[in-house]
Design a protein. Structure first.
Length: 491
């Protein structure tokens, strides 16, 4: 893995700014030190905000034609692709992602989304409105017309978590820049290098000064990015608890927010479902990236007539999951990000057992893995939907099976959640599965596995405590714009 040229500096106003404090970045599989990352201060964040504000209001970036911005962002993505193997290795070491996951989901899909965003950003920014005739005070008729204009929002703070850092960094930065905004990116302190490498890319392709800035820092430094009146929009991905704090911090300045928060998504398995396919989907629902995904399917609602068979099928699949260092290409599940995450996972296992759930498999640290923050894939049954293990987001490799008898009961259980991010239905009756999907209170539903990946053109986001606003597709790029209506008299 190549060490970044500027690993001890922040990227502010087109320059690398050193810090007096650094913090070790730990490989979660080995607990070894990847490198020492810069820790920013409130002064660094202030400099970044000032640079982004100046670049937006006085600089060339928002005033370029859309084709010019598309061309520059295509250069940006081309430069990223030239360092693809280096970035993938960094994802494995920093985020603890398995190699296959790093290559395809953590790197390949966000780059595909970013290329699609360039294409979608070419849509007309000015849309004609219908011509209308309106009676006026003079007793005649006024012919009126107008246009709807989409302008960039302004200065965007993008705050990203540790689970899919490169994915989310690119997913926020690229569409925001494409629409003419300036950006300040603040990554998780666990995964700063996957952000800082984008500063080296910006340097290489010559983004104008102040257009793209990268800062790190403590809570106080980060709070400036959610409270300062010069910030026009906050795009945040993380927990619902932190999301609610950010909403409160942003309230006094009434800034725009796009919030992609937690989830406790339901997989509904009907009695006529392909159990092998459903169980494979269910397995991924709590083992992908060691369960560290907001949209993962962690509640499995299975018809009672097939529940026992589903559990046995899923248990057999879990036995084939190889937990280990993701540097080993044969590992199929890596570690949790830190010891605090493993402790949290163990606490939820204890809570589930205390509330009467039955452990099917897992529930402890894997034998023989003394280093690294590993935890066995864990499955519970005899779970009631009111149990904490069914209601609270664990962010660890735990799935629960809940039985039901009717479609209506399954829908009620699925919707009985504070979250609403994703969901799934498996059934041989695709029409019935679609009807069920329409009744689920969530941001997205996959029927029989869906399209197999996140579409670059489908908006992604949630409702309730899973947040609001959308990423990707036309809706995603439009989040980074304001609507202005210009009307004119036709006669």
């Amino acid at each position: 893995m190549t060490i970044l040229k500027n690993k001890n500096a922040l990227y502010i106003n087109g320059e690398w700014v050193t810090t007096t404090q650094t913090e070790a970045v730990i490989n979660p599989a080995t607990e070894g030190n990847i490198g020492d990352a810069p820790v920013g201060t409130s002064a660094h964040v202030e400099a970044a905000i000032a640079a982004a504000h100046d670049a937006f209001h006085k600089g060339p970036w928002p005033r370029l034609s859309q084709r010019e911005r598309q061309a520059k962002m295509s250069e940006f993505l081309d430069a990223i692709d030239r360092r693809a193997q280096e970035i993938i290795a960094l994802i494995v070491a920093e985020a603890g992602s398995t190699q296959m996951l790093a290559q395809f989901l953590q790197y390949g899909i966000p780059m595909q989304h970013a290329r699609a965003a360039i294409e979608l950003s070419g849509r007309p920014a000015i849309t004609p409105l219908p011509v209308e005739t309106t009676p006026n005070a003079q007793g005649t008729t006024t012919l009126g017309a107008g246009v709807m204009v989409r302008d960039p929002v302004g200065v965007v703070s993008a705050i990203t978590p540790y689970n899919f850092p490169f994915f989310l960094n690119v997913g926020k930065v690229v569409p925001a820049l494409l629409m003419g905004n300036t950006v300040i990116l603040k990554p998780s302190p666990y995964t700063p290098f996957e952000a800082l490498i984008l500063g080296e890319i910006a340097d290489e392709v010559g983004l104008p000064r102040g257009v793209f800035n990268i800062v790190t820092g403590d809570v106080a430094a980060g709070e400036a990015l959610t409270t300062d009146k010069r910030i026009d929009l906050v795009s945040f991905t993380g927990s619902d608890r932190v999301g609610s704090l950010i909403q409160a911090q942003a309230a006094p300045t009434l800034k725009r927010l796009v919030m992609e928060l937690g989830g406790k998504s339901a997989l509904i398995v009907r009695p006529d479902a392909d159990l092998q396919g459903a169980a494979m989907n269910g397995l991924m629902g709590f083992t992908v990236h060691c369960g560290q995904g907001c949209a993962l399917l962690t509640r499995h609602l299975v018809h009672n007539s097939v529940k026992a068979q589903y559990i046995e099928t899923l248990k057999a699949m879990v036995a084939h999951v190889k937990v280990g260092d993701p540097a080993d290409p044969t590992s199929t599940m890596g570690p949790l990000i830190r010891e605090v995450a493993r402790t949290r996972t163990q606490n939820y296992v204890d809570i589930a057992l205390s509330q009467g759930a039955r452990l099917v498999t897992g529930g402890k640290r894997p034998a023989g893995l003394d280093k690294g923050f590993f935890y066995e894939p864990t499955l519970f049954t005899d779970v009631e939907n009111h149990h904490r293990i069914a209601q609270e987001e664990v962010f660890g490799p735990i799935g629960v099976v809940i039985g039901y008898d009717t479609d209506e009961e399954a829908i009620t259980i699925a919707n009985d959640s504070d979250f609403g991010l994703s969901g799934a239905v498996f059934s041989a009756d695709v029409g019935k599965a679609y009807e069920i999907a329409l009744q689920l209170r969530t941001g997205g539903v996959a029927v029989n596995g869906g399209g197999g990946k996140m579409s670059s053109y489908a908006p992604f986001g949630g409702i309730k405590r899973s947040g609001y606003g959308r990423e990707y597709g036309y809706e995603g790029i439009n989040e980074f714009t304001n609507i202005k209506t210009i009307s004119f008299k036709g006669g």
